[in-house]
Design a protein around this ligand. Structure first.
Ligand SMILES: NC(=O)C1=CN([C@@H]2O[C@H](COP(=O)(O)OP(=O)(O)OC[C@H]3O[C@@H](n4cnc5c(N)ncnc54)[C@H](OP(=O)(O)O)[C@@H]3O)[C@@H](O)[C@H]2O)C=CC1
Ligand SMILES: O=C1CO[C@H](CO)[C@@H](O)[C@@H]1O
Length: 387
């Protein structure tokens, strides 16, 4: 490539580390870029494991010291794929060192911390992006275009469910996702954050919420070895300190109503991240388990032909899709991450804002926090609007 290099440092190298590595490896091959992403250095706490990862995935260097990595002169972007408890400290240090920041969701655990992160990237004048990858699926981006162009009229309802089943077995051992200090919350922030982002992207700002959360399995076998969403038990047991499930109702500032359900205890639901949106002139339905499909109902169709029609969002003129395979060839989970790497690279190259950004990440945290406030007060809670 003849473009200037864009040197990337990745912090965290397991589940999301792989997804982000795949994105950085692939993006310049399928998308025309104005900068050339270079996989410069990958970082984790276990020096041997991270060195092996670097070798396997093609990172030039590895390190067990993120504080040193974020200050390196040969790093332009810091990509954070570590548990949520680390996002604020790493993002702020990276921004203060003048690096662009790409951070996994949830951005952080409290609005106060989210505001500090936002202030740090703004003060440094760097680009910032939070990885709400599902809005970058072609079918979801298409839904946004259709809503904006009035295909379903005035939006009145959104029903979001994000259901998984990987924690349904009470013998599944502890890992960081079940500890409040590392994960912030359970299904609420892990899955609910994605639904909130989709709802904000497609419908608008959420103004008020009321909800509940529950931990059904309060104790689990202690952690032995764990890798991503699989684990082997160690000795003894440990208390679970996050929710298994969260439910809430929402009033949007534009008058729409929403319902949200997130759980990791729904047998048979693997990654059932679904929304149904009803407007005055039609409806749109999407589910990640069939991620290329968008179901559309239009009241404008002749009455004898009304019914949901399925759009397969793999045509060349569907968002992002034309960069991949010939029409009709399905995309998968990893493609959304490549779309994020594309958006960030181009926003840096062209000095344009990047979405979803840290404000989106912090606004999502404000909704999560308002649900917690509503549980505390057993009443509706207002969502703080972040500038
Ligand atoms: N957008 C999406 O679809 C998804 C987003 N996520 C989000 O991505 C983030 C990471 O999750 P995931 O990849 O599943 O987690 P994993 O447990 O698979 O990986 C976490 C990584 O972070 C490293 N790490 C952990 N603690 C620290 C620390 N204190 N300092 C530096 N490195 C650390 C670990 O390596 P080591 O132990 O060697 O330090 C490991 O490489 C979370 O915020 C999660 O919510 C997760 C899944 C999907
Ligand atoms: O998108 C996702 C898929 O599932 C993971 C495990 O619950 C989540 O962390 C993640 O954000």
């Amino acid at each position: 490539m003849s473009q200037k290099p864009l040197n990337v440092a990745l912090i965290g190298y397991k589940f999301m580390g792989k997804a982000h590595s795949q994105a950085w490896r692939t993006v310049g091959r399928f998308f025309d870029l104005d900068l050339d992403p270079v996989m410069k250095v990958v970082c984790g706490r276990d020096a041997k494991a991270v060195a092996e990862f670097a070798d396997r995935w093609g990172w030039e260097d590895s390190s067990a010291d993120w504080e040193e990595v974020v200050k390196r002169d040969d790093v332009d972007v810091v990509d954070i794929s570590t548990p949520g408890s680390t996002h604020a400290e790493i993002s702020i240090a990276a921004a203060q060192a003048g690096k662009h920041v790409f951070c996994e969701k949830p951005l952080t655990f409290t609005v106060a911390e989210g505001k500090k992160m936002l202030a740090a990237v703004r003060e440094a004048g760097v680009k910032h992006m939070v990885n709400f990858n599902y809005r970058l699926c072609p079918a979801v981006s298409l839904a946004k275009q259709m809503i904006d162009s009035g295909s379903i009229g005035e939006v009145r309802h959104i029903r979001c469910t994000y259901l998984q089943d990987w924690l349904v077995d009470p013998e599944f051992p502890m890992n960081w996702r079940l500890r409040q200090e590392a994960a912030g919350s359970g299904a609420h922030g892990d899955l609910g954050a994605h639904s909130i982002d989709l709802a904000r992207f497609l419908v608008g700002e959420i103004g008020e919420v009321v909800g509940t959360k529950k931990t059904f399995i309060k104790e689990r076998p202690a952690e032995g070895t764990s890798s991503g969403l699989t684990a082997q038990a160690g000795e003894g047991t440990e208390k679970v300190t996050v929710d298994d499930a969260s439910l809430f109702l929402a009033k949007f500032t534009n008058g729409a109503l929403g319902s949200f359900e997130a759980t990791r205890l729904a047998p048979g639901r693997k990654n059932f991240n679904r929304f149904e949106i009803n407007g005055s002139a039609g409806s749109l339905v999407w589910c990640f388990e069939e991620l290329n499909c968008l179901d559309f109902y239009s009241t404008a169709d002749p009455s004898t032909q009304q019914g949901f029609r399925r759009i397969i969002a793999t045509e060349g003129d569907h968002p992002y899709a034309g960069n991949w395979w010939p029409p009709g060839h399905m995309l998968g989970y990893d493609h959304g991450f490549t779309h994020a790497a594309y958006n960030l690279t181009q926003s840096i190259a062209k000095d344009k804002p990047c979405v979803p950004d840290f404000r989106d990440g912090a606004q999502c945290v404000a909704v999560l926090e308002a649900v917690d406030a509503s549980i505390e007060s057993s009443s509706w809670a207002k969502v703080e609007m972040i500038d």
